[in-house]
Design a protein around this ligand. Structure first.
Ligand code: GLN
Length: 266
């Protein structure tokens, strides 16, 4: 093929074409990557979106909420982007450990010792407490001490509330621990009279009561005190540092207060 002048010229043309093509590919690859060191990292953030105003969905089923806006603002401050993944609450820590997600933003109590063994938590970003919730017209249950061995009590799977409900069951104080996937399911069972009470976080109960007035109420005293933190895989200090720095910055510049205010006054 290479011993006739015509074929030679063609071969040269092909080589030039091939060279031009590969230069083009390299250029477009660099463009996609945003140019080596300016590249924006994107982290996968896992949540369980039946926990408004922290974690919920909009009318188009997009994951939204205070947690989402906080982690977005932290990312903006620290130069990373985020995408959101919808998981069951008890699937969040396993997903983090498996590397399927990079961050948990789910109103998760960072003071829980079992969780601390498995993941690392950011600085606290919100204080919360667990409360007993009953139907609005229930006048028999005025505190946790009024729960009786014939009652069913519900909570969302994998939560601190579920731990409390399971302990009540173990101590023989209630008949059944109804552990469900999704807080909306637990609340629905309460309104339908399938369970006598739900144990869940105060700010989320309050948001529920505001959105659906005269359905449920909180009774008694706080059952605990908790602090929400963002979780990352154990040893991911680099990401943890970014989250903590970003959180401090958005608290300082007023973004944090603005977002809390926005989500609690929707
Ligand atoms: N704060 C509770 C916990 O950490 C509940 C969180 C939730 O249901 N999203 O378990």
């Amino acid at each position: 093929v290479f011993n006739t002048p015509g074929a030679n010229a063609n071969a040269v043309k092909e080589l030039v074409l091939a060279a031009l093509l590969s230069v083009g590919m390299i250029l477009s690859l660099t463009a996609c990557g945003g140019g080596s060191d300016k590249e924006t990292v994107s982290y996968k953030v896992g949540t369980e979106p039946t926990f408004p105003p922290f974690d919920t969905t909009d009318e188009d089923q997009n994951i939204v909420g205070l947690d989402m806006d906080l982690i977005k603002a932290i990312g903006k401050d620290q130069g990373f982007e985020v995408t959101f993944e919808n998981l069951s609450f008890d699937g969040l820590i396993p997903a983090l450990k498996a590397g399927n997600i990079n961050i948990v933003a789910a109103g998760m109590n960072k003071d829980d010792k079992e969780r601390q063994k498995q993941v690392d938590f950011s600085d606290a970003y919100y204080e919360s407490q667990l409360y007993v919730v009953v139907a609005e017209d229930n006048n028999d249950i005025k505190s946790i001490d009024d729960l009786t061995p014939d009652m069913k009590v519900a909570a969302q799977t994998g939560t601190t509330g579920a731990e409390k409900v399971k302990t009540l069951k173990k101590e023989g104080k209630i008949k059944e621990a109804v552990i469900v996937d999704g807080l909306d399911t637990a609340m629905m069972q309460l309104i339908n009279g399938d369970v006598s009470a739900v144990i869940n976080d105060k700010p989320v109960n309050e948001a529920y009561m505001k959105k659906k007035p005269d359905k449920v109420k909180m009774v008694g005293k706080a059952l605990n005190a908790e602090n929400y933190g963002f979780a990352v895989a154990k040893g991911n200090d680099e990401l943890l540092e970014k989250i903590n720095k970003g959180l401090a910055n958005i608290k300082e510049d007023g973004t944090y207060d603005k977002l809390v205010d926005e989500w609690f006054n929707k």
